[in-house]
Design a binder for this molecule. Structure first.
Ligand code: ASP
Length: 335
C-alpha cells in the first residue's frame, strides 16, 4: 500500500513538472517577459518621411509597446499583451490594419487577422471582414467562443453579430486619403502593365509572459488593389502567425510567398527540430527562403528565453521591442 501511495505521488509530481501551464521560468532575476511588435515591412525611403511622420511612428509604436508591457509587467497573459499592442496599432490610421487599412480593387476594405497562443495551441483567425473595427478582437473571439479556427466573409460578420463586445463601423470608416492615393497609383501602374503594388503596414505582436507562455497576433488590410476576395498570409496559421511552447512569430510581407513557404511555422520548426537559434532560423527564412522564392518582407520572432529577432529584406520595417532586461527601442530602417 505504501508503495502504491509513493508511486501515485511520483506520478503526480512528474505530471506537474511537464505541465506547461505551471512551467514559469525560474531564474534568479525573476520571471522573464519580452515583447516585440511590428507595423509592417516595406520600402520607405528615408526622405519620404517628414520629421513629424517619424516622430509619430515612434510614438505610436511606443504606445503599443506600453500597452502590451503594462500587462506583462503585471503578470498578465501573453495573449492579452499581444491583443493590447495590436489594438493600438489597428486604431492608428498610419498602419494597414483597422483604421487606415488599404483599399481593395473595388475601393473597399477587407480585413484579416489572427491570434495564436503557444502553450495551448489555440488559434483564431478571421478573413475578409468589412465592418469589424478591431479584427484582432474578433480573431480572439473565434478562438475563445467558437469551435472553429478560421471564419471568413459573411460568416465571420454573422459571428461578429453574436458578440456584443465587437465594435462595428461602416466600411468607409476605414478610409484614409493616403491609402486612396496608393490605390489610384496601384491601379495606374496595373493599367500600364506594371508590377503589383507592394504590401505595407500590416501590424503584429509577439509576447513572452512571466509564466513562460508565448502568444502572437497579426492584423492587416492585405495588399492594395487586391481582387476577388484575396486572402493573404495573415489569417493563415503557420504562414503569417504562429506560436508554440518555445517560439512565436508574426510576419509581414508579400503574403502569397508567406503562405507558400509556411514562414511563421518554418521559423519555429527550425528552432524546435534543428535546434537553430531564433536569430539563425528567422534570418534563414526571411533573408534566404522568401527572397529565393521571389517574395519579400520581414518577421518578428521571440523564443522562450526572451530572445528576439526582427529580420526584414525589404528596406524597412516599423518595429519595436522590450527585452527581458527591460531595454527597449523602436526603429524603421536598419539603424
Ligand atoms: N502580409 C500581408 C498580406 O499579404 C501584407 C503585409 O504584410 O503588409 O496580406
Amino acid at each position: 500500500m505504501r508503495l502504491l501511495i509513493l508511486l501515485l505521488a511520483l506520478t503526480a509530481m512528474t505530471a506537474h513538472a511537464h505541465d506547461p501551464a505551471t512551467s514559469a521560468p525560474a531564474t534568479e532575476a525573476g520571471p522573464k517577459t519580452a515583447l516585440v511588435i511590428h507595423g509592417g515591412a516595406g520600402f520607405v525611403p528615408k526622405d519620404a518621411l517628414s520629421e513629424a511622420d517619424v516622430r509619430d511612428v515612434h510614438a505610436t509604436l511606443n504606445r503599443a509597446l506600453d500597452a502590451g508591457h503594462a500587462i506583462l509587467a503585471d503578470g498578465g497573459a501573453a495573449l492579452d499583451a499581444v491583443e493590447a499592442a495590436v489594438l493600438v496599432l489597428e486604431e492608428s490610421p498610419r498602419f494597414n490594419a483597422g483604421k487606415g487599412a488599404v483599399f481593395n480593387a473595388e475601393g473597399r476594405h477587407d480585413l484579416d487577422a489572427s491570434v495564436m497562443e503557444g502553450h495551448t495551441r489555440r488559434a483564431g483567425a478571421v478573413a475578409g471582414l468589412t465592418t469589424v473595427r478591431n479584427p484582432v478582437k474578433l480573431a480572439r473571439a473565434v478562438m475563445e467562443h467558437s469551435p472553429h479556427v478560421m471564419l471568413a466573409g459573411d460568416g465571420a460578420e454573422a459571428f461578429a453579430d453574436t458578440r456584443e463586445d465587437i465594435a462595428r463601423v461602416p466600411n468607409e470608416w476605414f478610409d484614409t486619403d493616403h491609402r486612396r492615393r496608393a490605390l489610384e497609383k496601384a491601379q495606374q501602374q496595373a493599367s500600364l502593365g506594371g508590377a503589383p503594388d507592394k504590401y505595407f503596414g500590416t501590424v503584429g505582436a509577439v509576447a513572452l509572459d512571466a509564466h513562460g507562455h508565448i502568444a502572437a497576433a497579426t492584423s492587416t488590410g492585405g495588399m492594395t488593389n487586391k481582387k476577388w476576395g484575396r486572402v493573404g498570409d495573415v489569417p493563415v496559421i503557420g504562414a503569417g502567425t504562429w506560436a508554440d511552447e518555445r517560439c512565436g512569430v508574426s510576419g509581414t510581407g508579400w503574403g502569397e510567398f508567406y503562405i507558400r513557404n509556411a514562414v511563421a511555422h518554418d521559423i519555429c520548426a527550425r528552432v524546435a527540430y534543428r535546434g537553430d537559434s531564433l536569430e539563425v532560423a528567422a534570418n534563414e527564412v526571411v533573408n534566404k527562403i522568401v527572397p529565393a522564392a521571389g517574395g519579400d518582407g520581414g518577421a518578428i520572432a521571440l523564443d522562450g528565453d526572451g530572445n528576439i529577432a526582427m529580420p526584414f529584406n525589404s528596406g524597412s520595417m516599423f518595429r519595436g521591442w522590450i527585452k527581458p532586461d527591460g531595454s527597449r527601442g523602436t526603429a524603421i530602417h536598419e539603424d
